[in-house]
Design a protein around this ligand. Structure first.
Ligand code: CMC
Length: 424
């Protein structure tokens, strides 16, 4: 894996030889671990040039617009697989056979309820609390309920925690919504599949149980697949960093939820809809495009650009297709917000500012429009991202713990005062 070498020439010091590591696909990586022995560190704020770990789970080629989970293209998984099968793949490295899948689905269904006392946590929140604030608190609180699976050095405990998290996230997410609505929380129904059950807990009430539309359930399932994992993004890296200190899995996932909340990451799907509302109509687009280009204006075109993709986000392509399917199922034609979004996309794709900077629509650009059409309120969008991404977070956490790892401890370039004296 390391037969090539790089040489680092430091003025006034002996050259340092650094191994070059080669992955199965993707760019080579210069291994700088031995640099500490020279008393120097690398400086890379925002991890623009730094691989923080080795991983076998997800591969992204940002220039080509390729996303592979365990080698399988996201487009194939979205079309031919389902969310729980994708979860199995991410967690275990291979797709399940029929027997393995049945066992996995049954285990997930076995854990869908939450401890009855967990409900009391919700009462401490204001009804108008942001659902992501509730998610951070309630998911973190799971560690106070499931003491029997907190030994991170025990592979069986890690497995049980993984299953609990994947099973309970839809239940907690839907409880968050019901709490904000002042409606009774719905128990999960294990006769339904994962996405159907989520929609049931979101939209049904004890006095009215309506059947779930298969088209909408399929669209929801696809949204879950498209958000399942995305290698070492901010929230996944947060989960790994928290996990590297030995923190329990529920606490680590709560940390991931917090990192996801920001509008530059998972909060972008909510921000897209808020932005479309703010733009209001096609006539105002030019004004907002000008704002997005103005260096003195913090406004950014939400749903555009990506740290890794410098080409189309492959998830956005599938999402756009799903968006068309959902709107047609719901009989929504000429939706003004969708028209606004399409015009915005058209302008951004031809405008030199966006072209030069490779700013293409990302996954969040269309997901908000679909979620809104399904009837999900804007404030719940990032919660749904968190629900779907839990499997990615937990797969990375498990991968890290099952191999040798060290506590994550970045260094810094100190630019503050040197030592000074209080008495002078
Ligand atoms: N609107 C206007 N200008 C932009 C945008 C945008 N959405 N995104 C990047 N730029 C400009 C940026 O100002 C910079 O210009 P210049 O070179 O003149 O200084 C250039 O493009 C490079 O951008 P950057 O900020 O250095 O890129 P980054 O890799 O640090 O940031 C990003 C990536 C996703 C945070 C950023 O593109 C952004 O804030 N986009 C909007 C938020 C968004 O949609 N986020 C969801 C990402 S996909 C879901 C997920 O994975 O979480």
């Amino acid at each position: 894996m390391a037969d090539k070498k790089a040489q680092l020439i430091i003025e006034g010091a002996a050259p340092v030889e650094l191994p070059i590591l080669t992955g199965t696909v993707g760019p080579d990586v210069i291994d700088v671990r031995s640099l500490t022995s020279t008393g120097r560190f690398t400086f890379d704020p925002g991890f623009m040039s730094t691989a923080s770990c080795e991983s076998k789970i997800t591969y992204i080629d940002g220039d080509q617009g390729i996303l592979l989970h365990r080698g399988y293209p996201i487009e194939q998984l979205a079309e031919q697989s389902d969310y729980l099968e994708t979860c199995y793949l991410l967690l275990n490295g291979e797709l399940p056979n029929a027997e393995e899948k049945a066992k996995f689905v049954s285990t997930i269904k076995n854990h869908t309820m939450v401890h009855e006392q967990l409900k009391t946590f919700f009462n401490g929140f204001r009804r108008d609390a942001h659902p992501m604030a509730i998610m951070c608190g309630v998911v973190g609180a799971l560690s106070a309920f499931y003491h029997d699976s907190l030994d991170i050095n025990n592979p069986h405990h890690r497995e049980v925690s993984a299953m609990r998290l994947i099973s309970k996230m839809p239940t907690i997410a839907a409880m968050t919504y019901k709490y904000s609505m002042g409606q009774p929380m719905m128990y999960p129904r294990n006769d339904l599949d994962y996405a159907e059950n989520f929609l049931h807990m979101m939209f049904n009430t004890p006095c009215e149980i309506k059947p779930i539309s298969p088209v909408l359930a399929k669209a929801m399932d696809k949204i879950f697949i498209l958000h399942a994992d995305h290698e070492q993004n901010a929230s996944t890296s947060t989960v790994r960093l928290a996990g590297s200190s030995g923190a329990n899995p529920f606490a680590c996932i709560a940390a991931g939820i917090a990192a996801l909340w920001g509008p530059a990451h998972g909060g972008a799907n909510e921000a897209v809809l808020n932005m479309l509302d703010e733009i209001g109509s096609v006539e105002n687009i030019d004004k907002f495009i000008a704002k997005a280009k103005d260096k003195n204006d913090p406004f950014k075109l939400m749903g555009f650009g990506h740290r890794v993709y410098k080409n189309r986000d492959p998830r956005a392509t599938v999402m756009k297709q799903t968006c068309d399917e959902v709107l047609s199922e719901l009989g929504i034609h000429n939706d003004p917000q969708l028209q606004l979004a399409m015009r915005l996309e058209e302008i951004a794709l031809t405008d030199p500012y966006f072209k030069e900077r490779n700013l293409y629509p990302n996954v969040d650009f269309y997901s908000g429009i679909i979620l809104k059409a399904i009837g999900i309120p804007t404030s719940m969008f990032t919660v749904i991202f968190a629900l779907a991404r839990t499997v990615g977070w937990i797969s990375h956490w498990k991968e890290m713990l099952s191999g040798p790892y060290k506590i994550g401890r970045p260094r810094q370039l100190y630019t503050g005062y040197p030592k000074r004296d209080l008495n002078k």
